[in-house]
Design a protein around this ligand. Sequence first.
Ligand SMILES: Cc1cc2nc3c(=O)[nH]c(=O)nc-3n(C[C@H](O)[C@H](O)[C@H](O)COP(=O)(O)OP(=O)(O)OC[C@H]3O[C@@H](n4cnc5c(N)ncnc54)[C@H](O)[C@@H]3O)c2cc1C
Length: 443
Amino acid sequence: MSNIKELAIIGDGFAAAVMVVHLLRRGIAPTAITVIGSGALGKGNAYGCDNLHFRLNIREDLPIIFSNDPLHFSRWAKDNVNDPEAKTDAGYFYRRQDFGRYVFELISAESKPDEIEQIKAKVVSLSSDDNSWKLVLDNQAVLRAKRVIIATGNPPPTWPCVVTTPYPDLSASCLVENPWAGHGLVGVEAHESIILLGGGLTALDAINNLVERKHLGQIYVISPRAIFPPAQANWERKIQPVWPQNLSPAKFIRFMRDYLPSISTASTEWQSAWEELRTNISIIWQQFSVHQKRTLFKRVGWLWNLYRFRASPQTIAAYEKLKSKNQIQFVLGRAIEIKCTDSRVRVRLGNGINVEGDRIINCTGVASDPLLNQLIENRLAIRDPLGHAIAVDASFRVIRSPSDRWNSLWMIGPATMGSLGDVIAASAIAKQAEQLAGQIAGG
Ligand SMILES: Cc1cc2nc3c(=O)[nH]c(=O)nc-3n(C[C@H](O)[C@H](O)[C@H](O)COP(=O)(O)OP(=O)(O)OC[C@H]3O[C@@H](n4cnc5c(N)ncnc54)[C@H](O)[C@@H]3O)c2cc1C
Protein backbone atom coordinates (compact mmCIF):
# COMPACT_ATOMS: atom_id res chain seq x y z
CA MET A 1 0.00 0.00 0.00
CA SER A 2 1.65 3.26 -1.12
CA ASN A 3 -0.04 5.97 0.90
CA ILE A 4 -0.10 4.31 4.25
CA LYS A 5 0.28 6.65 7.24
CA GLU A 6 2.89 5.79 9.83
CA LEU A 7 0.97 6.98 12.88
CA ALA A 8 -2.56 8.36 12.90
CA ILE A 9 -4.05 10.16 15.89
CA ILE A 10 -7.84 10.19 15.94
CA GLY A 11 -9.01 13.38 17.66
CA ASP A 12 -7.73 16.95 17.63
CA GLY A 13 -8.17 18.05 21.24
CA PHE A 14 -5.87 18.42 24.20
CA ALA A 15 -4.79 14.75 24.32
CA ALA A 16 -3.97 14.67 20.59
CA ALA A 17 -1.93 17.88 20.87
CA VAL A 18 0.14 16.81 23.87
CA MET A 19 0.64 13.43 22.19
CA VAL A 20 2.08 15.23 19.13
CA VAL A 21 4.30 17.43 21.32
CA HIS A 22 5.74 14.47 23.23
CA LEU A 23 6.24 12.39 20.07
CA LEU A 24 8.16 15.27 18.46
CA ARG A 25 10.25 15.76 21.58
CA ARG A 26 11.07 12.04 21.47
CA GLY A 27 12.43 12.43 17.94
CA ILE A 28 9.49 11.12 15.91
CA ALA A 29 9.51 12.97 12.57
CA PRO A 30 6.59 15.38 12.04
CA THR A 31 6.02 13.75 8.64
CA ALA A 32 5.27 10.47 10.42
CA ILE A 33 2.27 11.93 12.27
CA THR A 34 -1.24 12.47 10.91
CA VAL A 35 -3.95 14.02 13.08
CA ILE A 36 -7.58 13.54 12.17
CA GLY A 37 -10.08 16.00 13.59
CA SER A 38 -12.01 19.01 12.37
CA GLY A 39 -10.98 21.69 14.90
CA ALA A 40 -7.90 23.70 15.82
CA LEU A 41 -5.38 21.21 17.20
CA GLY A 42 -5.18 21.30 21.01
CA LYS A 43 -8.42 23.07 21.79
CA GLY A 44 -11.01 20.30 21.74
CA ASN A 45 -14.20 20.38 23.75
CA ALA A 46 -12.70 21.89 26.88
CA TYR A 47 -10.34 24.61 25.65
CA GLY A 48 -11.90 25.53 22.31
CA CYS A 49 -14.55 27.60 24.08
CA ASP A 50 -15.00 31.23 23.13
CA ASN A 51 -16.56 32.15 26.44
CA LEU A 52 -14.50 34.54 28.57
CA HIS A 53 -16.17 33.34 31.76
CA PHE A 54 -15.28 29.66 31.44
CA ARG A 55 -12.23 29.17 33.62
CA LEU A 56 -9.86 26.32 34.33
CA ASN A 57 -10.90 24.51 37.48
CA ILE A 58 -7.27 24.07 38.52
CA ARG A 59 -4.73 26.67 39.55
CA GLU A 60 -1.80 27.64 37.36
CA ASP A 61 0.80 25.13 38.61
CA LEU A 62 -1.40 22.08 38.00
CA PRO A 63 -1.76 21.60 34.26
CA ILE A 64 1.63 19.91 33.94
CA ILE A 65 2.54 19.07 30.37
CA PHE A 66 6.23 18.27 30.86
CA SER A 67 7.13 16.24 33.93
CA ASN A 68 10.63 17.76 33.93
CA ASP A 69 9.27 21.32 33.78
CA PRO A 70 6.07 21.40 35.83
CA LEU A 71 5.77 25.20 35.86
CA HIS A 72 5.94 25.60 32.07
CA PHE A 73 2.30 26.73 31.80
CA SER A 74 2.54 28.94 34.85
CA ARG A 75 5.48 30.85 33.31
CA TRP A 76 3.83 31.05 29.90
CA ALA A 77 0.65 32.44 31.45
CA LYS A 78 2.54 35.16 33.33
CA ASP A 79 4.11 36.33 30.07
CA ASN A 80 1.21 35.82 27.69
CA VAL A 81 -2.11 36.24 29.47
CA ASN A 82 -3.78 39.52 30.36
CA ASP A 83 -6.45 38.45 32.82
CA PRO A 84 -6.51 40.50 36.05
CA GLU A 85 -9.45 38.44 37.33
CA ALA A 86 -7.47 35.18 37.25
CA LYS A 87 -5.88 35.84 40.65
CA THR A 88 -7.58 34.39 43.76
CA ASP A 89 -6.47 33.39 47.27
CA ALA A 90 -6.12 29.82 46.00
CA GLY A 91 -3.87 30.71 43.03
CA TYR A 92 -4.44 31.88 39.46
CA PHE A 93 -7.39 30.32 37.63
CA TYR A 94 -7.00 31.29 33.98
CA ARG A 95 -9.59 31.26 31.24
CA ARG A 96 -9.96 27.94 29.43
CA GLN A 97 -9.56 29.64 26.06
CA ASP A 98 -6.13 30.99 27.14
CA PHE A 99 -5.07 27.48 28.08
CA GLY A 100 -6.24 26.36 24.61
CA ARG A 101 -4.00 29.04 23.08
CA TYR A 102 -1.09 27.74 25.17
CA VAL A 103 -1.59 24.16 23.99
CA PHE A 104 -1.84 25.31 20.38
CA GLU A 105 1.43 27.24 20.78
CA LEU A 106 3.18 24.16 22.17
CA ILE A 107 2.79 22.54 18.76
CA SER A 108 4.21 25.56 16.93
CA ALA A 109 7.17 25.52 19.29
CA GLU A 110 8.02 21.95 18.27
CA SER A 111 7.28 22.03 14.53
CA LYS A 112 7.12 24.35 11.52
CA PRO A 113 3.68 25.64 10.39
CA ASP A 114 1.63 22.92 8.68
CA GLU A 115 4.40 20.37 9.14
CA ILE A 116 2.03 18.08 11.02
CA GLU A 117 -0.60 16.78 8.65
CA GLN A 118 -4.09 17.40 9.96
CA ILE A 119 -7.03 15.97 8.08
CA LYS A 120 -10.09 18.04 8.88
CA ALA A 121 -12.67 15.30 9.24
CA LYS A 122 -14.15 12.84 11.72
CA VAL A 123 -13.35 9.16 11.73
CA VAL A 124 -16.61 7.25 11.46
CA SER A 125 -15.18 3.76 11.33
CA LEU A 126 -11.95 2.01 12.27
CA SER A 127 -11.12 -1.55 11.30
CA SER A 128 -8.13 -3.82 11.09
CA ASP A 129 -7.25 -4.67 7.53
CA ASP A 130 -4.20 -6.44 6.10
CA ASN A 131 -1.73 -5.59 8.87
CA SER A 132 -2.82 -1.99 8.92
CA TRP A 133 -5.75 0.08 10.16
CA LYS A 134 -8.46 1.30 7.85
CA LEU A 135 -10.04 4.60 8.82
CA VAL A 136 -13.21 5.74 7.08
CA LEU A 137 -13.86 9.48 7.38
CA ASP A 138 -17.12 11.39 7.41
CA ASN A 139 -16.16 12.93 4.03
CA GLN A 140 -16.12 9.36 2.62
CA ALA A 141 -12.31 9.33 2.26
CA VAL A 142 -10.47 6.20 3.39
CA LEU A 143 -7.07 6.25 5.08
CA ARG A 144 -4.71 3.53 6.10
CA ALA A 145 -2.29 3.69 8.99
CA LYS A 146 0.27 1.33 10.49
CA ARG A 147 -0.39 2.54 14.01
CA VAL A 148 -3.31 4.42 15.55
CA ILE A 149 -3.80 6.37 18.76
CA ILE A 150 -7.40 7.08 19.77
CA ALA A 151 -7.73 10.46 21.49
CA THR A 152 -11.38 11.25 20.94
CA GLY A 153 -11.89 12.66 24.43
CA ASN A 154 -15.16 13.59 26.07
CA PRO A 155 -18.14 13.09 23.75
CA PRO A 156 -20.30 16.26 24.08
CA PRO A 157 -23.54 15.97 26.07
CA THR A 158 -26.75 14.81 24.47
CA TRP A 159 -30.26 15.12 25.94
CA PRO A 160 -30.75 12.41 28.55
CA CYS A 161 -34.50 12.06 27.89
CA VAL A 162 -37.14 12.55 25.23
CA VAL A 163 -37.35 16.08 23.85
CA THR A 164 -40.44 17.21 22.00
CA THR A 165 -40.45 20.47 20.10
CA PRO A 166 -42.29 22.02 17.16
CA TYR A 167 -38.87 22.52 15.54
CA PRO A 168 -37.89 19.39 13.63
CA ASP A 169 -34.15 19.39 14.35
CA LEU A 170 -34.11 20.40 18.03
CA SER A 171 -32.44 23.65 16.97
CA ALA A 172 -34.73 25.94 18.98
CA SER A 173 -32.72 28.54 20.89
CA CYS A 174 -34.54 27.55 24.11
CA LEU A 175 -32.80 24.15 23.91
CA VAL A 176 -29.06 24.27 24.54
CA GLU A 177 -27.89 20.70 24.10
CA ASN A 178 -24.13 21.30 24.29
CA PRO A 179 -23.04 24.34 26.31
CA TRP A 180 -19.31 23.47 26.46
CA ALA A 181 -18.22 26.01 23.84
CA GLY A 182 -20.38 28.75 25.34
CA HIS A 183 -22.35 29.74 22.20
CA GLY A 184 -25.68 28.65 23.70
CA LEU A 185 -25.43 31.29 26.41
CA VAL A 186 -24.84 34.21 24.08
CA GLY A 187 -28.46 35.02 23.25
CA VAL A 188 -29.84 34.73 26.81
CA GLU A 189 -32.02 37.74 27.77
CA ALA A 190 -31.49 39.17 31.26
CA HIS A 191 -34.97 38.28 32.58
CA GLU A 192 -35.23 34.76 31.21
CA SER A 193 -35.79 31.94 33.65
CA ILE A 194 -33.12 29.35 33.02
CA ILE A 195 -33.21 25.62 33.73
CA LEU A 196 -29.83 23.97 34.23
CA LEU A 197 -30.17 20.24 33.77
CA GLY A 198 -27.43 18.72 35.94
CA GLY A 199 -25.49 20.05 38.91
CA GLY A 200 -21.79 19.67 38.11
CA LEU A 201 -19.00 21.80 36.72
CA THR A 202 -20.81 22.57 33.45
CA ALA A 203 -23.74 24.00 35.41
CA LEU A 204 -21.28 26.08 37.43
CA ASP A 205 -19.70 27.38 34.21
CA ALA A 206 -23.14 28.46 33.02
CA ILE A 207 -23.81 30.13 36.39
CA ASN A 208 -20.53 32.07 36.27
CA ASN A 209 -21.36 33.21 32.77
CA LEU A 210 -24.89 34.31 33.74
CA VAL A 211 -23.65 36.26 36.76
CA GLU A 212 -20.97 38.00 34.68
CA ARG A 213 -23.74 38.97 32.25
CA LYS A 214 -25.73 40.39 35.19
CA HIS A 215 -28.56 37.94 34.70
CA LEU A 216 -31.78 38.87 36.52
CA GLY A 217 -34.07 35.90 35.92
CA GLN A 218 -34.55 32.85 38.15
CA ILE A 219 -32.28 29.83 37.72
CA TYR A 220 -33.41 26.26 38.46
CA VAL A 221 -30.88 23.47 38.83
CA ILE A 222 -32.37 20.01 38.28
CA SER A 223 -30.20 17.41 39.97
CA PRO A 224 -30.62 14.29 42.13
CA ARG A 225 -28.65 16.07 44.90
CA ALA A 226 -28.67 19.69 46.04
CA ILE A 227 -24.91 20.10 46.16
CA PHE A 228 -22.23 21.63 43.95
CA PRO A 229 -18.51 20.80 44.04
CA PRO A 230 -16.69 23.15 46.45
CA ALA A 231 -14.23 25.85 45.37
CA GLN A 232 -10.60 24.88 45.04
CA ALA A 233 -8.71 25.80 48.20
CA ASN A 234 -4.99 26.54 48.39
CA TRP A 235 -4.21 22.89 49.15
CA GLU A 236 -0.80 21.30 49.29
CA ARG A 237 0.33 17.66 49.30
CA LYS A 238 2.53 17.32 52.38
CA ILE A 239 2.63 13.61 53.14
CA GLN A 240 2.20 10.37 51.29
CA PRO A 241 -0.54 8.22 52.83
CA VAL A 242 0.52 4.65 53.66
CA TRP A 243 -2.26 2.56 52.15
CA PRO A 244 -2.98 -0.85 53.74
CA GLN A 245 -2.19 -4.01 51.75
CA ASN A 246 -4.87 -6.25 50.17
CA LEU A 247 -7.51 -3.57 49.87
CA SER A 248 -11.11 -4.51 49.20
CA PRO A 249 -13.52 -1.76 48.06
CA ALA A 250 -14.90 -1.59 51.63
CA LYS A 251 -11.41 -1.23 53.16
CA PHE A 252 -10.52 1.34 50.52
CA ILE A 253 -13.54 3.48 51.40
CA ARG A 254 -12.86 3.07 55.13
CA PHE A 255 -9.23 4.13 54.74
CA MET A 256 -10.21 7.22 52.78
CA ARG A 257 -12.92 8.13 55.28
CA ASP A 258 -10.49 7.80 58.20
CA TYR A 259 -7.78 9.76 56.41
CA LEU A 260 -10.01 12.73 55.57
CA PRO A 261 -10.52 15.21 58.42
CA SER A 262 -14.12 15.78 59.57
CA ILE A 263 -14.22 19.40 58.45
CA SER A 264 -15.64 21.29 55.51
CA THR A 265 -14.70 19.94 52.08
CA ALA A 266 -14.02 23.55 51.10
CA SER A 267 -11.20 23.83 53.66
CA THR A 268 -7.51 23.75 52.77
CA GLU A 269 -6.88 20.87 55.24
CA TRP A 270 -9.61 18.64 53.79
CA GLN A 271 -8.53 19.27 50.21
CA SER A 272 -4.84 18.73 51.07
CA ALA A 273 -5.70 15.32 52.55
CA TRP A 274 -7.91 14.50 49.55
CA GLU A 275 -5.14 15.37 47.09
CA GLU A 276 -2.65 13.30 49.10
CA LEU A 277 -4.99 10.32 48.73
CA ARG A 278 -5.33 10.96 44.99
CA THR A 279 -1.62 10.47 44.33
CA ASN A 280 -1.86 6.67 44.35
CA ILE A 281 -5.48 6.15 43.51
CA SER A 282 -4.92 5.08 39.91
CA ILE A 283 -2.43 2.38 40.93
CA ILE A 284 -4.85 1.05 43.54
CA TRP A 285 -7.77 1.21 41.08
CA GLN A 286 -5.86 -0.90 38.57
CA GLN A 287 -5.34 -3.63 41.19
CA PHE A 288 -9.08 -4.14 41.73
CA SER A 289 -10.99 -6.80 39.78
CA VAL A 290 -13.69 -5.77 37.32
CA HIS A 291 -16.35 -6.63 39.89
CA GLN A 292 -14.60 -4.61 42.61
CA LYS A 293 -14.25 -1.59 40.32
CA ARG A 294 -17.96 -1.70 39.54
CA THR A 295 -18.88 -2.05 43.21
CA LEU A 296 -16.67 0.86 44.18
CA PHE A 297 -17.96 3.14 41.45
CA LYS A 298 -21.55 2.30 42.30
CA ARG A 299 -20.99 3.19 45.95
CA VAL A 300 -18.81 6.28 45.74
CA GLY A 301 -18.70 7.27 42.05
CA TRP A 302 -20.93 10.30 42.63
CA LEU A 303 -18.73 11.52 45.51
CA TRP A 304 -15.67 11.04 43.37
CA ASN A 305 -17.23 13.13 40.59
CA LEU A 306 -18.18 15.80 43.09
CA TYR A 307 -14.78 16.30 44.71
CA ARG A 308 -12.11 15.24 42.23
CA PHE A 309 -12.00 18.60 40.41
CA ARG A 310 -13.76 21.22 42.49
CA ALA A 311 -14.41 24.55 40.79
CA SER A 312 -12.54 27.81 40.38
CA PRO A 313 -13.11 30.25 43.27
CA GLN A 314 -14.53 32.78 40.78
CA THR A 315 -17.21 30.29 39.73
CA ILE A 316 -18.25 29.41 43.28
CA ALA A 317 -18.34 33.12 44.18
CA ALA A 318 -20.80 33.61 41.30
CA TYR A 319 -23.01 30.83 42.68
CA GLU A 320 -22.87 32.30 46.21
CA LYS A 321 -23.94 35.65 44.77
CA LEU A 322 -27.05 34.14 43.19
CA LYS A 323 -27.80 32.19 46.37
CA SER A 324 -27.66 35.34 48.51
CA LYS A 325 -30.27 36.93 46.24
CA ASN A 326 -32.49 33.80 46.24
CA GLN A 327 -32.10 33.77 42.50
CA ILE A 328 -31.15 30.11 42.25
CA GLN A 329 -32.79 26.95 43.52
CA PHE A 330 -32.23 23.22 43.25
CA VAL A 331 -35.11 21.03 42.11
CA LEU A 332 -34.39 17.44 43.11
CA GLY A 333 -35.02 14.68 40.61
CA ARG A 334 -34.20 13.39 37.15
CA ALA A 335 -35.74 14.64 33.91
CA ILE A 336 -37.83 12.16 31.95
CA GLU A 337 -39.30 14.51 29.36
CA ILE A 338 -38.54 17.96 27.97
CA LYS A 339 -41.27 19.77 26.08
CA CYS A 340 -40.51 22.93 24.21
CA THR A 341 -43.31 25.11 22.85
CA ASP A 342 -42.94 28.43 21.05
CA SER A 343 -42.16 30.40 24.15
CA ARG A 344 -41.55 28.02 27.08
CA VAL A 345 -39.73 24.88 28.08
CA ARG A 346 -41.31 22.39 30.47
CA VAL A 347 -39.37 19.58 32.11
CA ARG A 348 -41.13 16.62 33.68
CA LEU A 349 -39.19 14.80 36.39
CA GLY A 350 -39.48 11.14 37.33
CA ASN A 351 -40.95 12.12 40.71
CA GLY A 352 -43.85 13.98 39.08
CA ILE A 353 -42.47 17.51 39.55
CA ASN A 354 -42.69 19.89 36.57
CA VAL A 355 -40.25 22.76 36.06
CA GLU A 356 -40.93 25.58 33.58
CA GLY A 357 -38.55 28.13 32.15
CA ASP A 358 -37.57 30.10 29.05
CA ARG A 359 -34.47 28.11 28.23
CA ILE A 360 -32.92 24.81 29.25
CA ILE A 361 -29.17 24.18 29.27
CA ASN A 362 -28.01 20.58 29.20
CA CYS A 363 -25.31 20.20 31.86
CA THR A 364 -25.53 16.43 32.17
CA GLY A 365 -21.93 15.64 31.17
CA VAL A 366 -20.33 13.33 28.67
CA ALA A 367 -22.28 11.19 26.23
CA SER A 368 -21.15 7.94 24.62
CA ASP A 369 -18.50 7.76 21.86
CA PRO A 370 -19.90 6.18 18.64
CA LEU A 371 -16.44 5.20 17.39
CA LEU A 372 -15.64 3.29 20.58
CA ASN A 373 -19.06 1.64 20.54
CA GLN A 374 -18.43 0.52 17.01
CA LEU A 375 -15.09 -1.07 17.96
CA ILE A 376 -16.92 -3.06 20.63
CA GLU A 377 -19.68 -4.11 18.22
CA ASN A 378 -17.09 -5.27 15.68
CA ARG A 379 -15.20 -7.23 18.37
CA LEU A 380 -12.04 -5.20 17.98
CA ALA A 381 -12.24 -4.05 21.60
CA ILE A 382 -14.01 -4.93 24.82
CA ARG A 383 -15.84 -2.68 27.27
CA ASP A 384 -13.92 -1.21 30.19
CA PRO A 385 -14.91 -2.34 33.70
CA LEU A 386 -17.36 0.56 34.11
CA GLY A 387 -18.95 0.00 30.70
CA HIS A 388 -18.24 3.62 29.70
CA ALA A 389 -15.62 3.14 26.99
CA ILE A 390 -13.20 0.51 25.64
CA ALA A 391 -10.67 -1.23 27.87
CA VAL A 392 -6.93 -0.52 27.71
CA ASP A 393 -3.99 -2.01 29.59
CA ALA A 394 -1.46 -0.07 31.66
CA SER A 395 0.55 0.61 28.45
CA PHE A 396 -2.56 2.17 26.84
CA ARG A 397 -2.90 -0.74 24.39
CA VAL A 398 -6.50 -1.38 23.40
CA ILE A 399 -7.62 -4.75 24.75
CA ARG A 400 -9.13 -6.94 22.07
CA SER A 401 -10.12 -9.82 24.32
CA PRO A 402 -9.16 -10.77 27.89
CA SER A 403 -6.05 -12.52 26.51
CA ASP A 404 -5.19 -10.29 23.56
CA ARG A 405 -4.01 -6.68 23.17
CA TRP A 406 -3.33 -4.73 20.02
CA ASN A 407 0.30 -3.69 19.56
CA SER A 408 -0.60 -0.98 17.07
CA LEU A 409 -3.73 0.54 18.61
CA TRP A 410 -3.66 2.67 21.75
CA MET A 411 -6.01 5.05 23.52
CA ILE A 412 -5.27 7.94 25.88
CA GLY A 413 -7.49 10.51 27.58
CA PRO A 414 -10.60 10.54 29.76
CA ALA A 415 -12.02 7.42 28.11
CA THR A 416 -9.28 5.38 29.82
CA MET A 417 -10.74 6.18 33.25
CA GLY A 418 -12.65 2.90 33.66
CA SER A 419 -9.43 0.96 33.03
CA LEU A 420 -6.79 3.19 34.58
CA GLY A 421 -8.47 5.34 37.25
CA ASP A 422 -7.90 9.04 37.88
CA VAL A 423 -7.02 10.19 34.36
CA ILE A 424 -9.41 12.94 33.43
CA ALA A 425 -7.49 16.11 34.25
CA ALA A 426 -5.12 17.78 31.80
CA SER A 427 -1.97 16.85 33.72
CA ALA A 428 -2.93 13.15 33.98
CA ILE A 429 -3.58 13.04 30.22
CA ALA A 430 -0.29 14.80 29.46
CA LYS A 431 1.48 12.18 31.59
CA GLN A 432 -0.15 9.41 29.54
CA ALA A 433 1.03 11.11 26.34
CA GLU A 434 4.55 11.42 27.71
CA GLN A 435 4.65 7.71 28.63
CA LEU A 436 3.15 6.53 25.35
CA ALA A 437 5.53 8.70 23.31
CA GLY A 438 8.40 7.05 25.20
CA GLN A 439 7.05 3.59 24.36
CA ILE A 440 6.49 4.40 20.68
CA ALA A 441 9.85 6.11 20.20
CA GLY A 442 11.64 3.39 22.13
CA GLY A 443 10.08 0.46 20.29
C1 LIG B 1 -16.07 21.38 29.33
C2 LIG B 1 -14.85 20.76 29.94
C3 LIG B 1 -14.02 21.50 30.77
C4 LIG B 1 -12.89 20.93 31.34
N1 LIG B 1 -12.11 21.68 32.15
C5 LIG B 1 -10.97 21.16 32.66
C6 LIG B 1 -10.11 21.94 33.49
O1 LIG B 1 -10.38 23.10 33.77
N2 LIG B 1 -8.96 21.36 33.96
C7 LIG B 1 -8.65 20.05 33.67
O2 LIG B 1 -7.58 19.57 34.10
N3 LIG B 1 -9.46 19.30 32.92
C8 LIG B 1 -10.61 19.81 32.42
N4 LIG B 1 -11.44 19.03 31.65
C9 LIG B 1 -11.12 17.58 31.53
C10 LIG B 1 -10.64 17.15 30.14
O3 LIG B 1 -10.87 15.73 30.14
C11 LIG B 1 -9.18 17.30 29.84
O4 LIG B 1 -8.59 18.42 30.40
C12 LIG B 1 -8.90 17.35 28.31
O5 LIG B 1 -9.45 18.47 27.73
C13 LIG B 1 -9.36 16.14 27.54
O6 LIG B 1 -8.71 16.18 26.29
P1 LIG B 1 -9.11 15.19 25.11
O7 LIG B 1 -8.25 15.52 23.96
O8 LIG B 1 -9.11 13.81 25.60
O9 LIG B 1 -10.60 15.57 24.77
P2 LIG B 1 -11.14 16.82 23.94
O10 LIG B 1 -10.32 18.02 24.26
O11 LIG B 1 -12.58 16.84 24.12
O12 LIG B 1 -10.74 16.47 22.42
C14 LIG B 1 -11.25 15.41 21.70
C15 LIG B 1 -11.37 15.91 20.27
O13 LIG B 1 -11.53 14.79 19.41
C16 LIG B 1 -12.55 15.08 18.46
N5 LIG B 1 -13.14 13.81 18.04
C17 LIG B 1 -14.02 13.04 18.73
N6 LIG B 1 -14.33 11.95 18.01
C18 LIG B 1 -13.64 12.04 16.85
C19 LIG B 1 -13.55 11.21 15.69
N7 LIG B 1 -14.26 10.07 15.59
N8 LIG B 1 -12.75 11.60 14.67
C20 LIG B 1 -12.03 12.75 14.76
N9 LIG B 1 -12.09 13.57 15.83
C21 LIG B 1 -12.87 13.22 16.85
C22 LIG B 1 -13.52 15.97 19.21
O14 LIG B 1 -14.29 16.72 18.30
C23 LIG B 1 -12.57 16.82 20.06
O15 LIG B 1 -12.16 17.97 19.34
C24 LIG B 1 -12.57 19.57 31.08
C25 LIG B 1 -13.41 18.83 30.25
C26 LIG B 1 -14.52 19.42 29.68
C27 LIG B 1 -15.38 18.60 28.79
